[in-house]
Design a protein. Structure first.
Length: 468
């Protein structure tokens, strides 16, 4: 797969106008087409060429109205572009593409979790039936396959035996009632200083964008009470908002499996720290910072495991025999939302509300009352969960996973599984049935698969003389 990656400038992420962002994306599409010319498209600005079909992965909450369109509801993960709220992301991107006269047509609006689910289903074993996909990267989200009969939002007539992919937007769990989540003063401070106070409360406890900041705020508090024998350079990341990247926590976790000297060196170099009496970071200070980082990620992993447990319970797959295999024969339909439906009610909030009672029970069972207080003993890195064995193979619950946190943090999945085993409805037996497989770049690949499928469906309908 040929791809290119680019960092979005901060002044584009936070901007009154939507034009800088979508112009930036369109310019990168143009650069990619120039760098990788197709044999049938020597001049990418030619107007008579059949356009490329583009699947647009957009990892922000939208009210999806069709395969190729929707309405942006709100930004998160540090983004804030007020002018884009209430607009269609695909229309905004197409507008920027057309300004450059690129032969590209935006045909799919795909959430990252939905894209990862499709990729996992496409690449997994033929006899598996993928239930869902989870994202643990800069942000967090999940999508899963639900029985159409359980989707009460759609006033569907007739046969209810089909399925529908549900984008849960679980990052907003706790937005209306933060008491369902563990809460510390550090969480409150992080939320207050974010671009979206009061929103995405689960995401602010689980995703990679925020874990480094939680560690920074915790270290600062301990510095105020002289808990460390450390001093920091005035230019240290410890004094800069969002100065600590979550990759730092992964480095500390890896160093913990080797020796404390490595951790001291990482802290000294990354945080520009040194002992008040010597140049080197003392062992006890390194161990304390490692412990803080471990507890922060442990809480994130356990919340992630609890959330995934809620989806598995809601799906009913624990009781099903799962001998049907993939959904090869399921008819895929696009349903129109009834006009009488009050569109002011956010479907994301409605779905989250339906699962809140399950989540509340699970989180209470986990007993996570404090970030640095008493907690359940750590699942050591050596305690790797047992893989799904042959005896359980027929009943496997297959989950795709994407994101740097679950890919690079050495103990994240183990923490998830530890929490899942403590949920009575899951238990040890149910947890062993869950296969979590890395779906690297699944979000983008899934969007491309959707665009290809949409094009083939359009061609098939055209050949049959059916208007779509």
């Amino acid at each position: 797969m040929t791809q290119s990656k680019h960092k979005v400038p901060s002044d584009v992420m936070v901007n009154q106008s939507y034009h800088p962002l979508f112009d930036f994306i369109a310019e990168k599409i143009s650069d990619f087409l120039i760098a990788h010319p197709d044999q049938d498209c020597k001049n990418i600005r030619a107007t008579d060429h059949s356009p490329y079909r583009l699947g647009f992965t957009f990892s922000f909450t939208c009210e999806q109205t069709s395969l190729e369109g929707g309405t942006l509801i709100h930004w998160d993960k540090g983004w804030d572009i007020p002018e884009a709220i209430g607009r269609d992301p695909c229309v905004m991107l197409q507008e920027a593409i057309d300004k450059l006269r690129l032969p590209v047509l935006v045909t799919v609006l795909a959430n990252d979790s939905v894209g990862a689910l499709l990729t996992r289903s496409y690449t997994s074993h033929p006899k598996d039936s993928t239930l869902g996909a989870v994202i643990f990267g800069t942000g967090t989200n999940a999508a899963y396959i639900e029985k159409l009969s359980n989707v009460q939002r759609l006033a569907i007539q007739g046969d209810h035996r089909g399925i529908m992919v549900i984008n849960t937007e679980w990052g907003c769990l706790g937005d209306n009632n933060v008491d369902v989540l563990p809460r510390t003063s550090f969480d409150d401070e992080l939320d207050k200083d974010s671009t979206d106070p009061g929103a995405q409360m689960l995401e602010k406890r689980v995703s990679g964008l925020y874990l480094g900041e939680l560690l920074r705020l915790t270290i600062l508090r301990l510095l105020e009470v002289d808990a460390f024998n450390l001093k920091f350079n005035k230019n240290s990341p410890i004094f800069q908002k969002e100065g600590i990247n979550s990759a730092f926590l992964s480095e500390l976790a890896i160093a913990k499996t080797k020796n404390t000297t490595n951790a001291s060196k990482i802290i000294q170099e990354t945080l520009m720290a040194e002992n008040v009496a010597t140049e080197n970071v003392a062992t006890e200070d390194a161990q304390a910072i490692q412990l803080l980082a471990t507890r922060i990620v442990r809480r994130a992993g356990r919340l992630a495991g609890a959330s995934l447990s809620a989806i598995i319970i809601q799906s009913g797959r624990l009781e099903a025999s799962h001998k049907e295999g993939k959904y090869h024969d399921t008819e895929v339909k696009e349903y129109e939302t009834p006009a009488a439906l009050d569109m002011t009610i956010n479907s994301v909030e409605r779905f989250t509300w339906r699962l809140r009672l399950v989540w509340r029970r699970i989180l209470q069972l986990l007993g996570m009352d404090s970030l640095v207080g008493t907690s359940i003993p750590c699942i050591r890195h050596q305690q790797i969960p047992e893989p799904v064995n042959d005896r359980l193979e027929e009943n496997v619950i297959d989950i795709g996973a994407d994101g740097s946190l679950i890919e690079f943090y050495p103990n994240f999945e183990a923490e998830m599984r530890g929490a899942m085993r403590e949920v009575p409805e899951i238990g040890h037996h149910g947890e062993r049935r869950v296969r979590i497989g890395l779906t690297k770049d699944g979000s983008g690949v899934g969007a491309a698969l959707m665009a290809q499928a949409a094009m083939e469906s359009e061609a098939l309908s055209s050949n049959r003389g059916v208007r779509v």
